[in-house]
Design a binder for this molecule. Sequence first.
Ligand code: F0G
Length: 470
Amino acid sequence: MFLKYYSRMKTIIEPFRIKSVEPIYFTTKEQRKKILEAAHYNPFLIQSKDVIIDLLTDSGTSAMSSEQWAGMMRGDESYAGSSSFYRFKKSVQNITQMPIIIPTHQGRASEKILFSIIGGPGKVFLSNTLFDTTRANIEYAGSEGIDLITEAGKHPHKIAPFKGNIDVSALDEAIRKYQPENIPAIILTITNNSGGGQPVSLENISATAKIAKKHNIMLVIDACRFAENAYFIKVREAGYTDKSIISICNEIFSHADVITMSAKKDAFANIGGFLALRDPDLAQQARNLLIVTEGFPTYGGLAGRDLEAIAQGLEEIIDDHYLEYRIRSIEYIGEKLQKANVPLMLPTGGHAIYLDAKAFLPHIPLNQYPGHALACALFIEGGIRGVEIGSVMFGKYNPDGLLISPPLELVRLAIPRRVYTQSHMDYVSEVIIDLIDKKDTIQGFKIIEEAPILRHFTAKFVPYSNQSYV
Ligand code: F0G
């Protein structure tokens, strides 16, 4: 990867200074074993004060800049026509060039509104890979979501530049099979979160848009990490090296009919999201639902101060120096882990390191949840909280009650934006490398309680046998 601001031989200097700090409380391994047991062996149920390095998500966990905090003070809290809304709209339009912008309180609210309108029983949505809330909202509307990831994306260790792409010929085939009239939308998730934070190329976005147009199907871009995706296009796709991030973003979104966005990721905000659309009729239906579920169309479930934070964050995220730092710092962890033969998704993606739990813990069968076991072991060993993206998050049961696993069994260590320094990341790498030597002592889990939808958030587990597992 070409580097403009950094050198592979030198320390990655964070391109910001720290103005306000939060303490981290350290725990012992013995304490962490008790904490995890009390949380029913589900990292989502652990209190954040008991976590040393919290890599559960990069969502809503960014450190805001001094300019964002200044914007928070300027927030106009008027119910209707707030000036903060107009600043927000201008900032979103600068990046997306979409005519209609509707604020929502977070990404899944945008999804709920969109799929309530265009979804319904018998409808099928085709995607590179749907994120869990997107899939849940599609299924909640009575529809089906189908992932058509490119072949390279199915192989964690295969090096390819755009492993987040949709498989265009599988897409053509699926459209023939399900018929265009039953397919309200094709959804491209950029970057592909559940598929390893891997980017989607502009060539793939444009080819998908062409297919969508041919069949009169809407193209939706789930844009949570659009800037990280744009950076990968700049450095990996022929013809984009000299283009600015903003012009790449404009080109990406020129292909979309609808954008769903969680501002909790690539807008450096702690809360927020939006829907961006072209079709005035669809927008009117969305606004009608918004008023019932979120709020008036100029605030959509957010305070004026949140709109300011998002507007400013969207200006900061398209800085190519920040993006180079961001992608290089993730790559740096990947290089350390690779040197120690830790199996991980390669190349490293935009916002997280994804450990390949199937290869890390080959002795744990899928129905004993190796990804979950690895996530628990990381907490006990080093107080690190990650999230399983595998059979717990996406597992289904067949009619005989047997687990159907997704193709990948990963543990995601998502890196909050501008929060941790290189020393924190060195510590994380050391803990993971230490675990390699102890991996045979790690055991699997049984689920003893689970919700019918998005079970990973609240499920309760017990160790498969009662031995200590780290
Ligand atoms: N789409 C993608 C690709 C996401 O990663 C997320 C959230 C959403 C939609 C929903 O947005 O949380 O604002 O409602 N991802 C978080 C994560 C939760 O940890 O990856 P939201």
